[in-house]
Design a protein around this ligand. Sequence first.
Ligand code: AMP
Ligand code: MG
Length: 416
Amino acid sequence: MAQLSDDCFAFGGSLLGIDAARQMIFERVQPVDGIERVPLRRALGRTLAQDITAAIAVPGFDNSAVDGYAVRFDDLDPHGPTTLRCVDRVAAGHDPTTALTHGFAVRIFTGAALPAGADVVIMQEDCQRDGDFVIIRPGIKRHANTRQAGEDVPRGTQVLKAGRRLGPAELGLLAALGFAEVPVRRRLSIALLSTGDEVREPGQPLAAHQIYDANRFILAGLLEKLGVEVSDLGIVPDDPATLAAALRQAADSNDLIVTSGGVSTGEEDHVRAAIANHGSLYFWRLAIKPGRPVAMGQIGATPLAGLPGNPVAALLTFALVARPMIEALSGSEPHVARRFPAIADFAYRKKAGRREYVRVSVENASGLPRLRRYHKEGAGMLTSLTETDGLAELPEETTRLEAGADVAFMPYSELI
Ligand code: AMP
Ligand code: MG
């Protein structure tokens, strides 16, 4: 008689490693066609479609970094105070009218262009004003408190590469370079659906044997953070024909389909069969926990990420599988979640051959952060996400972790 097992990871067949899955994703998923120019204010979160070269220098002119007095360095006595007559005043946004001649100072303000001849600015706090004169202490260096033309961006340099996702700082840089619009990839349209006869829409009545759909809200949030357009297809029952019809329709008008639930091996798990029958299945099990049942394939020509039903697993596999698919489709630079050194405050046993992620909170400590394991670990525990800071990552080869040992920490901000 076959041995019964309570380990839902025990049954046979080889599992694909997460690195191999990632490689497969970038090999099989190609960027969509289509580039558009959008106004800078509409470009947040979009993927740059061309390299960007600076047509102007930033800053465009030598200017003052402080409020003070612009002078000629060679006029200053290195050994004692120097007294200079103030002849002019130049504020930000105004053209310095005259060049600075020997023995004079110009009152200047932050961001104002240096008058020709001036090569150092004395902070107003560091000198003394006496009528028309300013008395300057010794000890300043040439070019102190000035900003040189092009010191941030020399003209002609490449500042951003195609594939960069535009965040607030990138938009600021593009604006400083004078771009009113930028070439970006077409926005992806992504179909999102939940599967399950038990799953109901929040706001609807709930029978005792039903649950509210949590995944679609997690996944829609994650998708929107990536700047894609979400086409929300709601909840699809565990019926092969209905599911197949929904997937085929989704494939016709979207760049990617993201589903949750129904990818395991239960009799009511129909997503995998639908992919196999109406497209092709690339993988359906990964060597990770949580999140082992996760499918990648295509329906027609449209790629599909079939994420597991348990919310924690859905979130993690979104990060590990769906997000790279989106990056491949949008031609954007792949995001690599950084891991930070930390100390485990817990002991842990695991099987070799799969990567495990443990939900943890960071304890305030001096030195390396200490990670406390969340006391509930089921992959369906939503509070295990809302009450923790990130994941401890235990590599494939690890089988035991002792309390006090080094461990890699991945904050949620790196992951999603
Ligand atoms: P499945 O992968 O379909 O077997 O689902 C695994 C577990 O996740 C089951 O307990 C489901 O009830 C639960 N589940 C599936 N879909 C959702 C969802 N959209 N929101 C919350 N829980 C879900
Ligand atoms: Mg299900």
